[in-house]
Write a protein that binds this ligand. Sequence first.
Ligand code: MF3
Ligand code: CO
Ligand code: CO
Length: 277
Amino acid sequence: MITYVDASTKARRASGVIPLHGEEGFEGMRKAGALTAKALDIITEYVEAGVPTATIDRVAYEFARDNGAVPATIFYRGYRHSLCTSLNHVVCHGIPDERPLRDGDIVNIDLTLVVDGWHGDSSRMYPVGEISRKAERLIEITYASLEAGLEMAKPGKTTGDIGAAIQAVAEAERMSVVRDFVGHGLGRLFHDEPNIMHFGTPGTGVPLKPGMIFTIEPMINLGRPHVKILSDGWTAVTRDRTLSAQCEHSIGITETGHEIFTLSPGGLFNPLAARSA
Ligand code: MF3
Ligand code: CO
Ligand code: CO
């Protein structure tokens, strides 16, 4: 996701131009999205107690290398890893390290693979062993909020409709939507127009048009929405240290609705739901 600061420093954003992609773009995004989703599927079996997140980072790096792809985050604004691993009260941009995962952790893994210049960006929530009921509920609502956002992703709706739908699902459960990071256009660029806020007012914002390609990636907190960035310059955590969850798809708007580029080939987009299925 990107910050408002990123948004203001980007030339394309300043011009406000939202690219409309044709078949070439959709074909490129299909390949990049499919490979990213396959990598996130493979990662599922590595997410268990005792495994350091650095190991998961290496699995993604090697998968990318062996499949002719490059993780977009390596050397991105000084970031040095193939993916982000955001545990428990970490909202996003958690940095992989040697600390082992522990039973009861929940971890978001966010991966962007570049294939033939196109960016496939997706993240999921992985439970480690048995997790608490409140962690389960947070994950369920986070996925439900993305689903609600996706339902609005079609011509005739606006970016505000997407945000409002996500916000309504989270707040109905007395959870909160993080404001500081938003979804984003992508394609040959990692972060492009439009911004996709995960809160808002129906009917406001940008009208959705066929050919727009962007992510939806709500971050939902059990407590208050406020975040702070740790001294490493990346890790965003909840100020009140309550649990946070996120999931992300890359999509393209079509004439009649949308196409999801990052669907899981193994039906593992929600690992918690897949477990009980
Ligand atoms: N994949 C993230 C997103 O959804 C961005 C990660 S940027 C990083 O936009 F540098 F922190 F990796
Ligand atoms: Co993203
Ligand atoms: Co991402």
